[in-house]
Structures are given as C-alpha cells and as structure tokens.
Design a protein around this ligand. Structure first.
Ligand SMILES: C[S@@+](CC[C@H](N)C(=O)[O-])C[C@H]1O[C@@H](n2cnc3c(N)ncnc32)[C@H](O)[C@@H]1O
Length: 199
C-alpha cells in the first residue's frame, strides 16, 4: 500500500519514546537530533568527516551533551551490551557490510533493547522498480553516494537474529511514479532477552 510519507512524524514516532543511552549509526548532519527526548544520552558514529563536523555543531546546539565518534557500523568502538537502543535510519543502504553492521548492533544492545530502523528496501525481483534500484545502486558509486536501494534489508535483519514484529512495511512514492518499499519500526533480538550483561 502506498502511504503519504511524513518523514518528520515518522522520525518523531520512532525516536521520541527512546530513553537512556542511544547509539545512532550514520546520523549524517544530525537530522534525527531534534526528535530525541531531552534526557537521552546520545552517541553518534559517523564515518564522513564533513558530516561529522556539522553533526558536532548540531549536537552542541541541542544541549544536554552528546558524543560524536568517527567510525563505521561494521566495527563499533562501543562495549558489548552497553546501550538502551541503537538507531539507524537510511543507513544500511550505505554500509559496506550489512551482516557485520547488524552483528555489531546486536552486540552493543543491552538484552531486550531495541534496534530502531527506517530503511528503503529492495522492490520485488524482476519488477521495473527493482531494475531502477539496481541501476541506481551501480550509478551511485560513480557519484560517491554509495546508496544501494536494492538491498533485501528485512531478511538480513532476521538472519541476524532480530524479530521484525514491530517493523512496518510501506511504500513511498518515488520518481516516475515508482513505489519504493520501506521498512520502519523497532526490532528486538528474542534470543538475547533475559541474558546477562557480561561478555
Ligand atoms: C543516507 S544518509 C542518512 C542520514 C540520516 N541517518 C538520515 O536519517 O537521514 C547515510 C549516512 O550513513 C553514513 N554511513 C555510510 N557508511 C556508513 C557505515 N559503514 N557506518 C555508519 N554510517 C555510515 C553516511 O556517512 C551518511 O551519514
């Protein structure tokens, strides 16, 4: 079903309820920062130096502190089981290794904690939308954008051990009338719920 896409209200719904220590991957210039509750202890991991500089300014403007780290989702310099939520919005299309990034997300979450996500994902194989996504994935490398909208993100999240019970699927209107499939919501790892917090 195609929905009217309201990025601001989607971000508010996903991020507003979060509490405690939140690790955000690929925050860019800080588009999500205004949507967090004031008491949240925020840590961002952003590999792009230019975006990171603008992010640091946005974090300072937000007040309440926050830590900006250089790094990549595939290898986080963050202790195991140390955060109350991981947020990654429109990031898994960009990372080099989706499997490694999801393993790291799982490693740093406290038992039962949430991975909050919003991603554009692959259209069905053989559809004209998918052919467009495949073309864009190839072309984006030439522009240095590294956006691969043809990734099957949902199955990858499930293979990493997360349950998608609170993740919603919807279609957003794209160029030339294309319907771009999206996933958004929260995933938890049932196998980790109730585990100790050491390792
Ligand atoms: C399309 S932007 C999304 C920005 C923001 N999260 C949003 O919701 O609009 C993708 C972001 O992921 C970052 N990124 C790319 N590769 C990454 C990686 N391996 N680990 C973490 N972030 C990465 C990019 O630098 C960029 O800031």
């Amino acid at each position: 079903m195609t929905t009217s896409f309201q990025p601001a209200s989607l971000r508010a719904a996903l991020l507003g309820p979060l509490r405690g220590t939140v690790l955000e991957l690929g925050p860019g210039t800080g588009v999500n920062l205004p949507y967090y509750a004031p008491g949240v202890t925020w840590i961002g991991v952003e590999p792009d130096a230019r975006r990171r500089a603008r992010l640091a300014t946005a974090v300072a403007r937000r007040g309440g502190g926050g830590e900006v780290l250089a790094g990549r989702a595939e290898r986080l310099d963050v202790p195991a089981h140390s955060v109350d939520a991981v947020v990654a919005t429109f990031v898994l299309c960009s990372v080099d290794d989706v499997t490694a990034a999801l393993a790291e997300i799982r490693r740093v979450l406290r038992p039962g904690a949430r991975y909050v996500l919003a991603e554009h994902v692959a259209a069905p194989e053989g559809s004209w939308v998918r052919r467009g996504q495949d073309g864009w994935a190839r072309a984006s490398r030439w522009f240095g954008a590294q956006c691969r909208p043809n990734r099957s993100i949902g199955p990858a999240i499930e293979r990493a051990g997360f349950a998608l019970a609170e993740v919603h699927r919807f279609v957003v209107p794209g160029p030339l009338g294309a319907g771009i499939p999206h996933l958004a919501g929260a995933a938890v790892c049932p196998a980790d719920t109730g585990k100790g917090t050491t390792s």
